[in-house]
Write a new protein. Structure first.
Length: 230
């Protein structure tokens, strides 16, 4: 039965990831709550079968049913990756629901950062609120927790002041450290750095020049790995 549980969670995650992509796409318009999804090219309102995550993309061969323009592959990639972010949650438990909200908030930031090389801080406001809600547990930290937290904070502050790291990245680290723990946050950023180095190597290999890459998507990939490992 466990595989049914994980499959159900994965499908829920793909739906959440699909909606996160829609929110980021319509953020400036603000019409992502009460309006139906539409084709980005012909603006035709999509039917339910057109909106099924992953399945509808391959069923329609990656094209809009109405105007036959190609659907950006990025959308199905977001759905596939997003499903794994929520696969380990038990949605019958309040804490896991809150953690899913936390993860969804960071997913929004990751998608927006990938598209625009920046994200709106309000996107991670739910994660910040949840992190502050968990912040009293810092008083129960052991010495080892502070040894893991303080040096990384100093490094991130330095990189932030020297403009080598955005304030949003620093804030995401703090929310991860407060909501989970410093060890969890450090592992997320370690995996994120490995993903970022991989992207840099691929860019350098496939292109003659390298361009700046967004770090938050790599952090989110690191978060998925850490959530699956815990």
């Amino acid at each position: 039965m466990e595989w049914i549980f994980k499959l159900t969670n994965y499908l829920i995650g793909t739906c959440l990831a699909s909606h996160a992509a829609l929110i980021c796409d319509r953020w400036d318009d603000g019409n992502f709550i009460f309006t139906r999804s539409r084709c980005s090219f012909c603006h035709t309102e999509l039917c339910l079968l057109d909106e099924l995550p992953i399945f509808s993309y391959f069923w329609l061969h990656g094209k809009c049913r109405y105007c036959h323009n190609f659907i950006p592959p990025k959308l199905v990639v977001i759905e596939i990756i997003g499903g794994f972010a929520f696969i380990s949650f038990d949605f019958s438990k309040l804490l896991d629901i809150l953690t899913a909200i936390f993860v969804f908030s960071l997913l929004l930031a990751a998608i927006c950062d990938y598209d625009q090389m920046e994200f709106y801080l309000i996107m991670i406001l739910p994660a910040v609120i949840l992190a502050l809600w968990q912040s009293p547990k810092i008083f129960s930290y052991q010495l080892f927790d502070f040894i893991q937290l303080i040096p990384v904070l100093i490094i991130l502050i330095y990189y932030n002041l020297t403009k080598k790291l955005g304030f949003g990245d620093f804030l995401i680290y703090l929310t991860l450290a407060l909501y989970f723990n410093p060890e969890f946050a450090n592992h997320v950023f370690l995996f994120g750095a490995l993903f970022s180095l991989t992207h840099f190597w691929l860019d350098e290999t496939l292109r003659s020049t390298t361009s700046a890459t967004a770090f938050v998507p790599d952090i989110f990939l690191g978060l998925i790995v850490q959530l699956l490992l815990r």
